[in-house]
Structure formats: structure tokens, C-alpha cells
Write a protein that binds this ligand. Structure first.
Ligand code: ZN
Length: 475
């Protein structure tokens, strides 16, 4: 929104205990369309015997049908023994009488599977394989990562770590061609496989199905093996000089995931003698946000309320969202400097000087727009009149792209150039200004009013910032 000087257009992890028991003998239920030769027969029967899955009224399981969001909510809710039942929900498309209403509200309360932020849950929408990986890793704790990779899961993707964790645990595996199919819809049979393996490790596929890409020789007296590709990660053990190890992935940050039949982990590649045929992949598990100094600017404040609409003031929405962004960045290991943390007023010069004093490496200003109620959508600004113009545009583009996810459901107004003071006079760090949405537009305002939506938006902005540092790291 317009300021005096410049136009400022303006998951809770539910750590459930894994229920460990041996696969039970199958008896109680059977489905005519799941013969005992079916690839997921044992897993489907295991879930049916625990009343986690049920057939359709005609008795069939329909293993090749796609899983809907309502079905996923029900099965996960039953597996976690949540409240369930039928009750009033926060969603306009989920009346109390809907069969899954209780579990859908449970999913929202636990942040395992939230609605779209616009009042809708999307009961019959299908879920993709990567969405399922995200949901399962929110509902159950899978701490271990490894060097396993899929050719179609990008390292900068939000689902990269969740898919890696599930593959490491043997809960998911890719297709025979090395792909995971993250955007493919998941079928009921495949969801049953994932859920049974999540609940009962005896169903997991041997997670050691990692295929080495080559071999290398250890050339240090003792080469420490660690749990993650960084020097301060926990040391598991060490390899002796001359040991031949299988190489599973060689990362661009110099680390590699290697192992013998008895020991696998990350080692620093400087102490390995590699054949030149082993390719380097991006440093997938290294966190590019770690140790970075990021300045988060909540637009407006105190006597300058910014834009307003639907009972909200811009200064409040920007501060709440900026705090969520701070939390997400700090959780990822960044150091965050806020230009304000309370309802106070700062001149624009002060916001720039705070960022410079902090030696920030990126500056992100949060605003909301207004335009007679008729504008809607998200836009991100950069300035091209300063020495950081290339970085400014990169940062803005990564953030705008991350905001364009179905869960946020915002119109893409694009990445735009502007001379806003706070981004024009930052000449030591990449800087950008995000207009989350239009506070005076009915549809956008309902999203800006939702703390679930604001948290998700902040999380997506954090991913955009992470993308920018990943890009710097890979340059
Ligand atoms: Zn503003």
C-alpha cells in the first residue's frame, strides 16, 4: 500500500510411536478385488484387520482407485487413533454429516493435512505421491536421511527430504527406472503399502537397496563417518586407510555418502581416491540456510497502519507473518534479524540501516496490497538500480515461485521491478518486497485472516530464501 515516501504497493510434528508388531495372520476381512496374489495383499489385510481401511459398500477395496484427501484423512486418523467421529468442522465443504468430518478436523488440528486456506478442504481432490510423503512425515517421525536419490525429485523441492526419509526407512521405493513419480496420483494399493510399512517395520522393503555409483579408496589414516554431510554432524565410526568403499552419492559440497556392507554414512571426499567416472550431484542434504543472516522486515507499524480491509490492518498481518517467517528460518538454522517485533513505527531509512548494521545476507520485506477490493493475488518486487540487481531478481523470483502452490491458492501477479526505498537502498544484500495478497479483497482477505494460511505462506517464503542460498552455493 502507499506510504508517504514511496509507493509501497503494499506442521507440528506429531511424533507418534511406531506400533511395532509382526505381520498378523490374515483372516477377518477379504476383498474380492484383492486376491492373495495382489502385490499389496498382505499390507491391505494388515490394515483391514486393524480397521484402518475398509472396503466400499459393495465389498470391493478398489486398489487401483486414487486416494482422495478425505480418504487419506480417515485412514491416517484411524492409524493414529485420533478422535474421528462426525462433528462440525472449519471447512465449508465438510458438513458435520460428512463421513470423514471428524478425522478431517483432526488433520487440521494436528497440522498433518490442512485445508487450502480459503475455507475449503477439498474432500474429493486426489493426492500426489509427494504430497503423501509430506503428510506421512508430518504424522510420524522419520529422523534418518541418506544418500538415496530419485532422478525426478529435485533437491530444492519441498518434498525432497520427506521422500528421502521415507526411502531411507524402506517405506517408499521408486519405480524401476530410478524415478519416484512425485506428481503422480497415489493409488489406494500404494497408499496401503506406505501406511502398513509406516506402522509396521516388518513390511518395509530392505532400505539397503541403494545402488552404488562406483567405488573409492580411503586415503586418510582414519576417515570419520558422520550422520550428515557436515563436519559437526554426529560421528558414527571411521574407515581405516586403504578401505574400499561403495560410493552412493558424491555431493557438490565435497561430501559423499559411502559404505561397506557393515557401515554406511557421510565422509568428506577429500580423503577418498575416486575414479573420475563418479558424477557429482548437488549437495542435497547440506542446508544452505545454516548460519545465514536474514533480515525480515514487517511493513508499517504503530501510527502507520498501512492498508486495511475486512477488519484487518496491514501492520498487524505483516508482523504476524514476519514472525512465522522468522520461526521457519530459525528452525532451518538461519540467524534472523527483525526490523520490528512489536507494533512500533520505523522510518524506511531505519529499516535499511538495521539490515546493514546486521550484515544481513538477504532482506525480505512483508506487505499486503489494496486496490478498491478488486485486485487479488501475490506479487514480489525487486530493484534493478543497485549493484545487487541480479541477486535481487533471483531472490524475488524464487519466493514468488514458492508462493504459487495449490495450498496457498493465490493468483500469480508475477515478479516486478520497483523503486521502493527499502529494497532500492540495500546494496550489500539481495533484497525483495513481498505483497502477500490484497487485504481489501474478499477472497484474499479470508486467507490473510487465517493463521494456518499465514504460517504456510511464511514457510513458502522461507523455502524461496533457501532456494536463493542453494543457488549461490551451486553457482
Ligand atoms: Zn505496505
Amino acid at each position: 500500500m502507499v506510504c508517504k515516501k514511496i509507493v509501497t504497493v503494499c506442521l507440528l510434528f506429531m511424533v507418534a510411536t511406531l506400533c511395532i508388531s509382526s505381520p498378523e495372520s490374515v483372516s477377518a476381512t477379504s476383498f474380492p478385488d484383492v486376491p492373495n496374489s495382489h502385490r499389496a495383499y498382505n499390507e491391505i489385510m494388515y490394515l483391514a484387520n486393524q480397521n484402518i481401511v475398509a472396503g466400499n459398500p459393495d465389498g470391493r477395496f478398489k486398489p487401483e482407485d486414487y486416494v482422495t484427501r478425505a480418504e487419506a484423512a480417515t485412514m491416517i486418523g484411524r492409524a493414529l487413533k485420533l478422535q474421528g467421529g462426525q462433528r462440525v468442522t472449519e471447512y465449508v465443504d465438510v458438513p458435520k454429516a460428512f463421513y470423514a468430518s471428524g478425522y478431517i478436523q483432526d488433520m487440521s488440528n494436528t497440522n498433518i493435512l490442512a485445508g487450502y486456506g480459503n475455507g475449503y478442504f477439498g474432500v474429493s481432490d486426489k493426492l500426489t505421491r509427494e504430497q503423501m510423503a509430506l503428510i506421512i512425515t508430518r504424522a510420524w517421525n522419520f529422523p534418518e536421511t541418506s544418500g538415496v536419490t530419485f532422478s525426478d525429485v529435485n533437491v530444492s523441492s519441498q518434498s525432497y527430504i520427506p521422500i528421502n526419509k521415507l526411502a531411507t526407512a524402506g517405506v517408499v521405493s521408486g519405480y524401476p527406472d530410478g524415478k519416484f513419480g512425485p506428481k503422480d496420483f497415489i493409488k489406494r494399493a500404494d497408499f496401503a503399502l506406505m501406511l502398513a510399512r509406516t506402522l509396521n517395520p516388518n513390511y518395509r522393503k530392505n532400505p539397503s537397496e541403494l545402488k552404488p555409483i562406483g567405488q573409492a579408496t580411503v586415503i586418510a589414516d582414519f576417515l570419520n563417518v558422520r550422520t550428515a554431510p557436515e563436519a559437526n554432524a554426529t560421528r558414527i565410526s571411521a574407515f581405516a586407510y586403504g578401505t574400499t568403499v561403495n560410493v552412493y552419492s558424491k555431493l557438490s559440497n565435497g561430501w559423499a555418502y559411502v559404505g561397506t556392507s557393515s557401515l554406511k554414512g557421510f565422509v568428506h571426499g577429500a580423503y577418498l581416491k575416486y575414479p573420475s567416472t563418479i558424477p557429482t550431484v548437488p549437495s542435497d542434504l547440506a542446508n544452505p540456510l545454516k548460519g545465514k543472516i536474514i533480515v525480515v522486515d514487517a511493513g508499517h507499524g504503530d501510527t502507520d497502519p498501512g492498508a486495511s480491509g475486512y477488519g484487518m490492518k496491514e501492520k498487524d498481518i505483516t508482523l504476524i507473518t514476519a514472525k512465522h517467517l522468522r520461526d521457519a528460518l530459525e528452525a532451518a538454522g538461519a540467524t534472523v534479524i527483525m526490523t520490528r517485533e512489536t507494533d512500533i513505527f520505523h522510518e524506511l531509512e531505519k529499516r535499511v540501516s538495521i539490515a546493514k548494521m546486521a550484515n544481513g545476507q538477504a532482506f525480505v520485506s512483508i506487505h499486503t496490497n489494496s486496490f478498491n477490493g478488486s485486485g487479488h493475488g501475490t506479487e514480489t518486487y525487486y530493484n534493478e538500480d543497485n549493484v545487487m540487481s541480479t541477486d535481487n531478481k533471483k531472490l524475488a523470483t524464487y519466493i514468488q515461485n514458492r508462493m504459487m502452490v495449490p495450498e496457498l491458492d493465490m493468483r500469480d501477479r508475477g515478479v516486478k521491478e520497483a523503486n521502493f526505498y527499502v529494497i532500492k537502498y540495500q546494496n550489500k544484500m539481495a533484497s525483495t518486497l513481498v505483497e502477500l495478497g490484497f487485504i481489501d479483497n474478499k477472497s484474499d482477505a479470508s486467507k490473510l485472516a487465517s493463521d494456518t494460511w499465514r504460517k504456510k505462506a511464511a514457510y513458502q517464503i522461507h523455502l524461496g530464501i533457501k532456494d536463493y542460498f542453494q543457488y549461490l552455493q551451486n553457482k
